[in-house]
Design a binder for this molecule. Structure first.
Ligand code: SF4
Length: 341
């Protein structure tokens, strides 16, 4: 780990000014990913700006019936907050499917959006990686790529986005509030994370110096019919091979609204609007779900070790939609809220 200086910010504007003034500074909230990256010398900031004293940890109602998650609210406080658990249980379930209790106690909501890929080569300084060292090459494309992308990848990078929380936020159509040198702005969740293209070193659309201050949830929470299905190599403390956030609105047996977002398959949470539209007005049946699943993986391609994910993603979508309809959960995906400490 390189040596670095540290200061603790007490106001958002001051934090932004400080970040803008230092070329190699980084914000630090919970630090659950950044410290790992620094220990491995993947990230080498020369200055850290501590955010923990900023007044950004509240979870509060919005006038339009939505809910604002302060960027510094911890993942644990968010998952177990009564308003989230009751009105946005899909989000609670997704958060609790990720990491461990200790990590969720430290990790912040803003930081969750910014966590970096778990591609093995990204963390291995002895191998080429375009995300870590632009222009050096991608070791995963011809290497071991079991956990890598099947959708939206490029010839520069086939990494996947690692968050569970973000998959639910994509399905819920959250927005991200940021503050930067040019003031405040709001970013639609779909526009927040990027596909790799020719610049895999950029995970998101934040401009230099910008700080996430909050995540806003719209008032529609799909609290009656939802599920977060996470499929992984072991049943806890592992990243998703494929995950699905499914949310439905039903009128009897007929689907009146649908959201489907996938994790573990692309460089960002993956949504296909045409697949969701296919469900509207149709009966909530296995046939309908299979049509949507087929549309979602249209254009998917695998590499030497991850072809299986294409079929796995299709089956996961069908199963998640069935679970959302019936509100039944696989045992491994729903310790949900019974683990409230
Ligand atoms: Fe690096 Fe992306 Fe290739 Fe992984 S997939 S080695 S992160 S460029």
């Amino acid at each position: 780990m390189n040596s670095f200086t540290y200061s603790s910010a007490t106001a958002v504007e001051a934090a932004v000014r400080e970040k803008t003034a230092h070329d190699d500074a980084a914000y630090i909230g919970g630090g659950t990913n950044l410290i790992d990256l620094m220990k491995e010398n993947v990230a080498r900031p020369t200055h850290l700006i501590g955010l923990k004293h900023l007044p950004l940890a509240q979870i509060e109602n919005l006038p339009d019936g939505g809910l604002r998650l302060g960027a510094l609210a911890t993942n644990a406080d968010t998952a177990y907050h009564p308003a989230v658990a009751e009105r946005y249980p899909l989000l609670s379930q997704a958060i609790l499917a990720g990491a461990s209790a200790q990590l969720r106690n430290m990790a912040t909501d803003g930081g969750n959006l910014l966590q970096r890929t778990r591609c093995y080569y990204f963390y291995d300084l002895s191998t080429p990686c375009n995300k870590r060292e632009p222009g050096s090459g991608c070791s995963a494309i011809g290497g071991y790529n079991r956990i890598h992308a099947i959708l939206g990848a490029s010839e520069s990078c086939i990494a996947t986005h690692p968050s569970d929380m973000c998959i639910a936020l994509a399905a819920l159509e959250a927005t991200v509030r940021v503050s930067g040198p040019n003031g405040e702005r709001v970013i639609k969740f779909d526009d927040f994370h990027r596909l790799p293209g020719d610049h895999p070193e950029r995970d998101n659309t934040l401009e230099p110096g910008e700080l996430i201050t909050a995540i806003d949830l719209p008032n529609k929470g799909f609290a009656k019919n939802f599920t977060y299905l996470k499929l992984r190599d072991r049943t806890s403390y592992a990243f998703a091979l494929v995950s699905v956030a499914a949310a439905l609105e039903l009128d009897g047996d007929t689907i009146t609204d649908a959201r489907i977002a996938l994790g573990g398959v692309a460089h960002k949470p993956w949504r296909v609007r045409e697949a969701e539209a296919l469900l509207i007005g149709k009966p909530a049946s296995a046939d309908t779900f299979r049509q949507a699943a087929g549309r979602i993986v249209q254009g998917a391609w695998g590499h030497a070790h991850n072809h299986f994910k294409i079929e796995l993603a299709k089956r996961a979508v069908v199963r998640a939609l069935k679970q959302a309809t019936e509100m039944t959960y696989a045992l491994d995906s729903n310790a949900f809220l019974n683990t409230n400490p």
